[in-house]
Design a protein around this ligand. Structure first.
Ligand code: ZN
Ligand code: CU
Length: 484
């Protein structure tokens, strides 16, 4: 290596992201790359840091986000870089900020990324160009949302798309893939997409296959019919020959508690014949928009935002209903458009799913919520501190693998997610003995403890509990690998 480099972190526990046991040593960065690891002798860094035996891992890849607009309006991305996240995957659950030409407020859940029509980009390439022009602190991999395509192509969403509408959507999808989108997401659970038959998704997924992209899905059903939904997902992947990712896998509703043994067995069997992966967040509560009937199956609901009743944010739905003199279902109608947190999972399912070999970590954080689910600020440190260290669900190396090497592999990102000479310098320095989430359902906007230094493309973006102001993030185009 060169005798003088930009940054050397010495005396570190190096966790390389592959799941292999950690090693002691130093790591050197020149420009935006890792240039050496191990014993570095007397080479000098312009900046030298003594890690004091603490861990250095590849920066975390948050595979499930709704950060499409947050990247532009809150480019320091503190909720994520404070956790050690250096790359986010956007456009999940069928919802993406591009491509969508519209003049009206979009229907829920598209309002999760932008409450008004102006926020959307008609052209996917223009969206990526906007990220290039005003870079964020971290990198982004961007998907196209099926519901966004539907809202543009169809005059009513409560029916299957016609062949003409499918070809219009496919044309828009192909354009986006050409511009660098990494794949297509669906949210078949939600009203704008629920009437789409499997065949509609198959036709669109063919464009993804042609481009070598991926398909992620918030499945049609994560509760009573979760098994059928898994089969639908496998069918799409197998018919088209495209890798599928099951988003935020869960068994929702008390009647389905314990069924993760069954769902993971189905996933395991499918993985013998096709490429299937999944992600999860480390909490027993979900969060999305409020809709009639959605609270059923949840033991408790917290309101995260409400346009007509902003004062409801952070409060329990039952208490709000009592104050309004309404039953909870009518209170939901009064609060909408609104969002909520739904306690509807079993801790043993959450643990079984997190521990499953193929499970990646995705926060599913909702950055524009007034009173967000704590997963927005807490997901990654919670997996490392609570589930790895305190509970012993897996080793620290395995936990890191689920956030680094594994997602890089499934999402086709080369030169990131691993520590090796030549890889991009996306790094996190953290204290394995103290790292922990502090965001709670009561106080959700709290940075984690124990994340000491975060580096994106060779530049420090987070240090000593604060953003440095640097914005070295890149919009990574599909297939671009580690090149800028
Ligand atoms: Zn979702
Ligand atoms: Cu989501």
């Amino acid at each position: 290596m060169a005798d003088s480099v930009d940054l050397i972190i010495r005396n570190a526990r190096l966790i390389d992201g592959t799941g292999a046991s950690s090693t002691q040593g130093a790591i050197a960065v020149a420009d935006d790359r890792i240039v050496a690891m191990g014993e570095l002798g007397d080479s000098k860094g312009a900046v030298e840091i003594d890690a004091g035996g603490k861990a250095v891992a590849p920066g975390f890849i948050d595979v499930h986000t709704h950060d499409d607009r947050a990247l532009l309006v809150d480019p320091l991305m503190a909720p994520k870089v404070s956790q050690g996240v250096t790359t986010v995957v956007t456009g999940n659950c069928g919802v993406s900020l591009a491509p969508l030409r519209t003049s009206e407020r979009p229907p829920p859940p598209l309002d999760l990324v932008s409450p008004d029509a102006d926020g959307f980009f008609a052209d996917f390439g223009d969206y990526l160009a906007a990220l290039d022009a005003e870079p964020a602190a971290l990198n982004a991999l961007c998907q196209v949302g099926h519901a966004s395509l539907r809202v543009e192509a169809m005059d009513s969403l409560d029916r299957p798309a016609t062949p003409g509408e499918i070809s219009a959507m496919r044309g828009r999808l192909e354009g986006a893939l050409e511009a660098g989108a990494i794949g297509l997401s669906t949210g078949l659970f939600y009203a704008p997409a629920n009437a789409a038959p499997t065949s509609e998704i198959i036709e669109l997924a063919r464009a993804v296959q042609d481009a070598g992209g991926i398909h992620t899905t918030h499945m049609r059903d994560e509760g009573d019919h979760v098994g059928e939904s898994l089969e639908e997902t496998f069918t799409i992947g197998r018919t088209v020959g495209v890798p599928v990712v099951i988003s935020h896998h869960k068994c929702a509703g008390q009647a389905n508690f314990g069924r993760s043994t069954e769902t993971l067995a189905l996933i395991d069997a499918a993985r013998q014949r096709q490429e299937v992966s999944l992600d999860a967040y480390p909490y027993i509560a979900s969060s999305t928009t409020l809709a009639s009937g959605r609270r059923l199956g949840a033991s408790r609901v917290l309101v995260t935002w409400s346009t007509p009743h902003p004062e409801a944010a952070g409060r329990d739905l039952n208490e709000i209903a009592a104050d309004m003199g309404l039953d909870p279902e009518d209170a939901v109608d009064a609060l909408m458009p609104a969002g909520g947190i739904f306690f509807m999972m079993d801790e043993s399912d959450v643990r079984r799913i997190l521990a499953f070999r193929g499970t990646m970590i995705g926060s599913d954080g909702l950055p524009h919520d007034e009173f967000p689910h704590p997963r927005l600020w807490g997901t990654f440190p919670r997996v490392l501190g609570h589930y790895a260290r305190e509970i012993g669900l897996f080793s620290l190396e395995e936990a890191a693998h689920k956030m680094t090497g594994l997602p890089a592999q499934h999402f086709g990102v080369t030169g990131r997610g691993v520590l090796e000479p030549g890889a991009m310098a996306d790094l996190v320095l953290f204290d394995p003995d103290t790292v922990i989430d502090t965001a709670t359902f009561e106080r959700p906007k709290q940075p984690a403890r124990g994340i000491e230094l975060v580096v994106v493309n060779g530049r420090v973006v987070w240090r000593d509990g604060a953003s440095t102001g640097a914005r070295p993030g890149r919009a990574i185009r599909r297939g671009a690998g580690s090149s800028p």
